[in-house]
Design a protein around this ligand. Structure first.
Ligand code: NDP
Length: 299
């Protein structure tokens, strides 16, 4: 008999992750907007659950992939919540890019009912999820991790236990802070270079053969800014949330972190200007507006 697995949150990255589970497990999916779950179930042959409780009942492993830890916590309690429906010995694997403090609270509530918890945020974007080659950074104990790992292998390639509960979220937040800083600093630099008469593709060509290069300069900007295509794969609102987690995390540990605090403020401002649906790479358009140029145009 196949193991029962539940997946909650069929968003931009959740849906392609869940798709890898459907052929191998008896899968139940739940999504706040029910139509998405029904459509997904129709396409993959899994079951669309009506509530979070309905999804996790009888499941050995449940995976959540929601915007923040707050939404995960919000589907825990109450008649429709996961908490009362989990069987003893089940495990909640939270692939949300969440925050360590909330996850510790969630894990404590689950532990009272004999349910394990692993935080397991992912990296690699929607394309990595589609290909099943995500990097997954985990927090939890070895025994719970051993139960979660085979499931995570369905959509992950590099799966690392980083430390106790919350460690996965913390590593993810720091990674996202680096991404936010790279996008912002490259935007400032390229806008200034263009004003000085240097073409953006010339600048990127040189930077990408030099020590300042990053995934942002090597992939994101050539594919999205040079072409002005700006596909919406990862919302700026989510990156803003991630960098704020990193900034709060550093502050909580008493680490002087002026750059992280400033990056968090700037990305919050970009989110205000561009709105909830903007992609993270669209951040460059804030700098373009402020400077009165558009990258790629010889103005
Ligand atoms: P989306 O915004 O595309 O999807 C969010 C999902 O959460 C949807 O299923 C949505 O349901 C659900 N949701 C939103 N609010 C609530 C709520 N109050 N209660 C219950 N469910 C809710 O996000 P992504 O899929 O892009 O991201 C999910 C997580 O993965 C985030 O933490 C993000 O930071 C992380 N991540 C995303 C990456 C990406 O490239 N997209 C890359 C790496 C990590 P509904 O359909 O009803 O709106």
């Amino acid at each position: 008999m196949q193991m029962k697995v539940a997946f909650l949150g069929l968003g931009a990255i959740g849906a392609p992750m869940a798709r890898h589970l459907a052929p191998h497990y008896t899968l139940s999916v739940w999504n706040r907007t029910a139509a998405r779950a029904t459509e997904f179930a129709g396409e993959t042959g899994c079951r669309a659950a009506t509530t979070p409780a309905d999804a996790v009942r009888g499941a050995a492993i449940a995976i959540t992939c929601l915007p923040t830890s707050r939404e995960v916590e919000s589907i825990l309690d109450g008649e429709d919540g996961m908490l009362g429906a989990f069987g003893r010995g089940a495990t909640l694997v939270d692939c949300t890019s969440g925050d360590p403090a909330t996850s510790l609270r969630i894990a404590a509530k689950l532990a009272e009912r004999g349910v394990g918890f692993v935080d397991a945020p992912v990296s690699g974007g929607v394309s990595g999820a589609v290909k099943g080659i995500l990097t997954i950074m985990c927090g939890g104990d070895e025994a719970t991790m051993a139960r979660a790992r085979p499931i995570l292998e369905a959509f992950g390639e590099k799966i690392v236990l980083c430390g106790p509960i919350g460690a996965g979220h913390a590593v993810k937040a720091v990674n996202q802070a680096m991404l936010g800083v790279h996008i912002w600093s490259l935007s400032e630099g390229l806008v200034a270079l263009q004003k000085a008469g240097v073409a953006i593709d010339t600048a990127l060509d040189v930077i990408n053969s030099s020590s300042g290069r990053s995934n942002t300069s090597m992939n994101l900007f050539p594919e999205r800014v040079v072409t002005r295509s700006f596909p919406r794969t990862f919302r700026l609102a989510l990156m803003d949330k991630d960098v704020r987690i990193a900034a709060d995390f550093a502050r909580e540990y008493g680490v002087p972190s002026p750059l992280l605090q400033l990056a968090s403020e700037l990305l919050r401002e970009a989110r205000r200007e561009l709105g909830e649906e903007a992609d993270h790479v669209e951040t460059v358009q804030v700098l373009e507006r402020w400077a009165g140029v558009q990258l790629g145009n010889k103005t």
